[in-house]
Ligand binder design. Structure first.
Ligand code: 6PG
Length: 252
């Protein structure tokens, strides 16, 4: 079952393995299209636990050979303020699940330098790296071919958490943000970047997300949550959800 409304297209899958296969096929299709059109494929990866299965699948024999890794550029939509070897590191998770197993050139991996003592410095450096890569002047924003997002239980996405200063930033690509509930700094891309993406894909799994998924996809309540305020101008907005997260018995 799927549905298209003002809140994008919902694609339902019977289980996380089926969702990961569909997302990997989508990734491969988008990679081929981007390389054919622009000679490169630019992706902003999500952190957390949900996307790990997808990253591992992309590194598997079946998919690894289908991806033009030499023309694929990987970025991170957000990062915890920890070194890359910290178990909390989103980069570290991707390195273990995928980067260590695929022939992607090191310069194509654009990680956030979250080991820097000052999170604002890490954010400013990453803002600059994204601007340089896309050749952006001040006031311009990148159009990533694909941006993955997850959905937190209280409606955060990337590191755009309720009640934080990052939610109102419109003039920078990347900011540091203090998240009181985590008692930690985070580094995150901002709404303008997600708005200009060619495609934003949420990956949502598990019964714990049922209520928040319904709330952020309901036009009447979406704006109450950071994830509900992700709305690409012209790009696609897709929600890949498993049956448990959608709270229905009807898979795709
Ligand atoms: C992070 C992510 C965050 C995540 C959600 C969902 O750095 O943790 O960017 O936004 O996507 O918290 O996390 P799970 O996939 O672990 O449920």
């Amino acid at each position: 079952m799927s549905g298209t409304d003002g809140r994008g297209r919902l694609l339902l899958f019977p289980d996380p393995a089926a969702l990961a296969r569909a997302a990997a096929d989508d990734f491969a299709r988008r990679a081929a299209g981007a390389v054919a059109a622009r000679g490169r494929f630019t992706v902003a990866l999500s952190g957390g636990t949900t996307p790990r299965r997808l990253y591992e699948l992309l590194a598997s024999e079946t998919y690894r050979v289908r991806i033009p890794w030499d023309m694929t550029h990987l970025f991170w939509g957000d990062e915890r303020h920890v070194p890359p070897d910290d178990p909390q590191s989103n980069y570290g998770m991707v390195r273990e699940a995928m980067l260590s197993k695929v022939p992607i050139p090191e310069p194509n991996v654009h990680r956030i330098e979250a080991e820097l003592p000052d999170a604002s410095e890490a954010a400013a450096r990453y803002d600059g790296e994204v601007r340089r890569f896309f050749g952006l002047a001040q006031g311009q924003f990148p159009s990533f071919d694909l941006m993955y997002l997850g959905l937190g239980p209280e409606g955060h996405t990337a590191s755009l958490f309720p009640g934080t200063t990052a939610l109102v930033v419109e003039d920078r690509l990347v900011v540091a943000t203090w998240v009181a509930k985590l008692d930690a700094d985070r580094i995150t891309m901002t709404y303008p970047v997600f708005r200009d993406a060619r495609a934003v894909v949420f990956l949502v799994e598990g019964a714990a997300k049922t209520q928040i998924l319904a709330a952020v996809r309901n036009a009447a309540t979406a704006a109450d949550y950071p994830a509900g305020r992700i709305q690409p101008h012209d790009g696609e907005l897709l929600w890949f959800a498993d049956r448990a997260a959608a709270g229905t018995g009807s898979p795709a």
